[in-house]
Design a protein around this ligand. Structure first.
Ligand code: ATP
Ligand code: MG
Length: 366
């Protein structure tokens, strides 16, 4: 087992105008499950491939344990990768697929048999060892791909969207299994997904990338409670955090003619440059206020989910046109007290649930 360290690691593809991965600094602990998450094209797969040795590193370095592997060929890095498409050999049985890398590495036959049998037991594949991949379900194929990585007993697992070929229900089941398996094997794991729910439920820590730049790396709880900037604030959580900007006034930010209270200190710092402040509040952090209090919004759509309801509403522009634009606001409410379409409801933010950001740098103000 080992730690993994990205030290200002940078990848610039030929002819690209900016790096696909830009100065990445990341320390992954021994046995840790680290998730790389971010929108399409943000550099997740490139980061993983740099670690695997499938992609050159143009600047900086990568270490596994205290070994600098920046220039080591993939086979010398002691890692095992699970790809999105599984890449199983169609003409081989499950058993042969799982043992193939060991066979190539010259491992003795009975040792291969022992490791494959052990992995098959862990993954509940014992009844399928003699089948070929085409006779397996998607979930079983996914487990064979995992098995192929496990038998190699590597220092690090790398997984690139390994669940994206599964249907929604199986994806939820399998993500729990993978997380439990990783904890049991305690092998350092770097897992790539674009799905923030997957990231939040699986990772010990989650690293959020945007345009090749690391935005924040922290525990799921910390990312949710204290997003470092408006990008992370909007990316983590579903429905997303509401983020709006308005003029700073005495006591808070003016939105739709009302004042949403903002702690004095934060307000002063956020508004120092522009007289404006950006605030964020999650759908579940809102509650209705009596008329005359709170910020008015007009309800456009009511979504009933049984356990709760979501109001999709519009925050009106200020009377004097001072707010930049109208904004959409999502509110989670009790299903039975849900408001009706067209109605104006007044909202306030629960205590200590307001996030404050600098409207220019987009960084969190604490
Ligand atoms: N072989 C390549 N040559 C040139 N540019 C590439 C190459 N592979 C990826 N890129 C570019 O590098 C950037 C990062 O790509 P990458 O595949 O790492 O994204 P990703 O985060 O994995 O996205 P997705 O969620 O869509 O898989 C993108 O802008 C992509 O177009
Ligand atoms: Mg990718």
């Amino acid at each position: 087992m080992a730690t993994v360290t990205f030290d200002s690691a940078t990848r610039m593809y030929p002819k690209a105008d900016r790096p696909a991965v830009d100065n990445l600094d990341l320390e992954i602990g021994d046995g840790e499950f680290l998730v790389l998450v971010g929108p399409s094209g943000c550099g997740k797969s490139t980061s993983l491939r740099m670690l695997a040795g499938l992609e050159e590193i143009d600047a900086g370095s990568i270490r596994i344990g205290d070994r600098d592997v920046s220039d080591a060929p993939p086979k010398d890095r002691d890692i095992a990768m699970v790809f999105q498409n599984y890449a199983l050999y169609p003409h081989m049985t499950v058993e042969q697929n799982m043992g193939f890398a060991l066979k190539i590495a010259g491992v003795a036959k009975d040792e291969i048999g022992r490791r494959v049998a052990e992995a098959a037991k862990i993954l509940d594949l014992e009844d399928y060892l003699l089948r070929r991949p085409k006779a397996l379900s998607g979930g079983q194929r996914q487990r064979v791909a995992m098995g192929r990585a496990i038998v190699r007993n590597p220092q690090v697992f790398l997984m690139d969207e390994p669940l994206s070929n599964l249907d929604a229900k199986l994806r939820v089941q399998t993500r729990t299994q993978i997380a439990a398996l990783q904890r049991r094997l305690a092998v350092t794991t770097v897992y790539v997904t674009h799905d923030q729910v997957e990231a939040m439920t699986m990772g010990d820590r989650v690293a959020v990338l945007r345009d090749g730049v690391l935005q924040q790396c922290d525990t799921p709880g910390a990312l949710y409670e204290r997003p470092a900037n408006t990008f992370v604030a909007g990316f983590i959580g579903s429905p997303a955090m509401n983020v709006v900007t308005g003029p700073a006034v005495d006591g808070g930010v003016r939105l739709a003619g009302a004042v949403l209270p903002v702690p004095r200190e934060k307000l002063a710092r956020a508004a120092a440059g522009t007289g404006r402040v950006t605030v964020g509040f999650r759908p579940e952090s809102l509650e209705t206020a009596p008329p005359g209090e709170g910020v008015p919004v007009v309800v456009n759509v009511v979504e009933q989910l049984g356990s709760d309801a979501f109001l999709y509403a519009t925050l009106g522009a200020d009377d004097d046109g001072d707010v930049l634009h109208t904004a959409d606001v999502v509110v989670r409410t009790e299903p039975r007290t849900a408001a009706a379409v067209g109605e104006t409801v007044h909202l306030r933010v629960r205590e200590d649930c307001l996030h404050v950001f600098d409207p220019v740098t987009q960084l969190r103000v604490d």
